[in-house]
Structures are given as C-alpha cells and as structure tokens.
Design a protein around this ligand. Structure first.
Ligand SMILES: [Zn+2]
Length: 175
C-alpha cells in the first residue's frame, strides 16, 4: 500500500510498515490500522428512456459525469444512504421501496492524496414523473438527462460506473 501516513498516529514513530496489504503497522509501538474498503452507493435514476447524470463540482474527477450517490454513513443501510444522498444532492424525496439493487463493483477514490478503496453498490430508481428543481451547488455543477445509448463512457467519472452503464447498454442492445 502507498504510505498514507508519515508518522504513527499513536507514538509518532516514522517506522511504519506498509507492506502488509490494507494493514499499516508501527514497528515501534505495534499500533495497527486497517485501511478498509468503504461502502458507497450510486443510483441510476431513470425517467422514461433517460438517465440522470450529475456533473461533479469537486475533485476527484471534477467536471466529469457521475451518478447521484456517495459514501454510506456508519449505522446506515445502503438504501438509506441512497435516500439521504438523493435528498442532499438533488433535493428529491424517494421511497426506499422503489430502489432496485443491480450489482456491486469495486472502485478507487483519490481524495487529498489518499487512495480509498470503495465497494460501490448500484441501484436503479425509476420514476417517469420525477421533477428535479434544485441541486447542491457545492457538490454539483449541475445535471443532465441522457438516453442510455447517448452516454459517452469517456465522460463518466469512475471505472465502476462505466462498467455498470456499459452492461446496461449491452443489455438494451440485445433486447
Ligand atoms: Zn507507533
């Protein structure tokens, strides 16, 4: 693993061992820290034939297209995280029972020099009457509605999302 700390958070020693996978160990005081995989959700919001993509206003991948979603908070279900993130990012209230789990994909997220491993859980939410009037302008530059086939995967922020959107595009073309 890349050295994400310079000094041991416990004893301030610089003798840290990053060679043991996700475990970071201090050779002096034997402090151990596990840089575990973080859970995140992403929601494919579908209205008619179109899918909602947000435009990131933050690093990493500022300016790229993204799916609404984010990290799962402690003590939260993945579905609750979807509902919360959609409320925060797009000011919409969705019913948890309308979320359909699709699949998961591992991803990496580089934030302020630290590489986080995430497991992204993908959900589909379909609402043909959905109206969005607002968005969180700190997080997002805006949003766009696109037909699945019109989505250029090179404009998508994250590899995990490209995989899922590419699968959906293949599914649709084989129908
Ligand atoms: Zn130490």
């Amino acid at each position: 693993m890349q050295p994400i700390f310079k000094y041991c958070p416990n004893c301030k020693s610089s003798h840290l061992d990053f060679s043991q996978g996700i475990k970071i160990k201090c050779s002096d005081c034997h402090f151990e820290y596990y840089h575990n995989t973080a859970g995140a959700v992403a929601v494919i919001i579908q209205k008619g034939e179109e899918i909602l993509l947000t435009v990131r206003n933050k690093e990493p991948q500022k300016g790229f297209l993204d799916l609404a979603g984010g990290f799962i908070d402690p003590d939260e279900t993945a579905e609750q995280a979807c509902v919360r993130e959609l409320k925060e990012e797009l000011s919409i209230s969705v019913d948890e029972s309308g979320l359909r789990y699709i699949c998961s994909n591992p991803n990496t997220y580089l934030y302020k020099g630290i590489l986080y491993n995430t497991i992204d859980l993908f959900f589909l939410y379909r609402d043909d009457d959905l109206l969005i009037h607002n968005f969180d302008s700190m997080e997002l530059k805006g949003f766009v509605w696109k037909k699945l086939f019109d989505i250029n995967l090179n404009e998508i922020a994250f590899e995990s999302q490209k995989k899922v959107l590419s699968l959906l595009q293949k599914d649709l073309s084989s129908d």
